[in-house]
Design a binder for this molecule. Structure first.
Ligand code: PGA
Length: 258
């Protein structure tokens, strides 16, 4: 039976200046201090990473970044390297988020370089994949997921997959800041996860697929977290809007604990 510790990651996106980020981390630290069955990760914007990392030292919450460059250093104005993330205690990095793909034209080839670089720098990538509304309406979901996984995981070994988390984020279900945005139904999410796991068993093998953590992202909130997280093959959540409030994020962590 496929069983693993659930991962609940907060994606704060471009929100919270340093003081606000630190006080959210301080509040969250208290709220989830007893969480044992779920792994909790917070991904603040770059400017707040170091301060939040300090606040979370000696807590059970891990630090993640929202993006990175694939090179260790160099003339890449405005970018942040994996070495910089490592130096301030980051353990995770979100890669290939649909907002990076859509607004910054990141493609699978670039994301693949980032995944490889993260792994070689001992950062754990949370690789986001997901179909948009048009693709879904055209019944292309499976094709899109397979293409993204195939391209973004080129040259990643079975052994390295132990450190990779896949986030299934149907683009049409991401809230973009609207708390009332519709999430995928838990059945839709379960189906997406099954497609992903099945394809991972084709590109790697069954065991690797079974042991890969696949988390759901797209309007996960306290009201639907329990339902989503109880579905087969949903190993956690990548939470945007509902993670901005420490209490609501902590409720999602609680839902993952049970
Ligand atoms: P959301 O965002 O929870 O606000 O839908 C999720 C994400 O984009 O990671």
């Amino acid at each position: 039976m496929h069983q693993m510790k659930k991962l609940i990651a907060a994606n704060w996106k471009m929100n919270k200046a340093v003081p606000e980020a630190v006080s959210a981390a301080e509040e969250l630290k208290k709220l989830v201090k007893n969480a044992k069955n779920a792994e909790v990760v917070v991904c603040p914007p770059f400017t707040a990473l170091e301060a939040v990392g300090k606040e979370l030292k000696k807590s059970n919450i891990k630090l993640g970044a929202q993006n990175m460059h694939f090179e260790g250093s160099g003339a890449y104005t405005g970018d942040i390297s994996p070495l910089m993330l490592k130096s301030i205690g980051c353990e995770y990095v979100i890669l290939g988020h649909s907002e990076r793909r859509e607004f910054f034209k990141e493609d699978d080839m670039l994301i693949n370089k980032k995944v490889a670089s993260a792994l070689s720098h001992k950062l754990k990538p949370i690789l986001c994949v997901g179909e948009n509304l048009e693709e879904r309406n055209r019944h292309w979901t499976q094709e899109v997921l397979e293409k993204q996984l195939n391209n973004c995981l080129q040259n990643v070994t079975k052994k390295q997959m132990k450190n990779v988390t896949i986030a299934y984020e149907p683009v049409w279900a991401i809230s973009r800041g609207d708390p009332n945005h519709k999430a995928a139904t838990s059945k839709d999410a379960e189906e997406g996860h099954a497609l992903i796991r099945n394809f991972l068993s084709i590109i790697f093998d069954r065991k690797t697929a079974e042991n890969t953590r696949i988390i759901y992202g797209g309007s996960m909130k306290p009201e639907n977290a329990k339902d989503l997280l109880s579905r087969k093959g949903i190993d956690g959540g990548l939470v945007g809007n509902a993670s901005l409030n420490a209490k609501s994020f902590a409720e999602i962590v609680k839902a993952a604990e049970n």
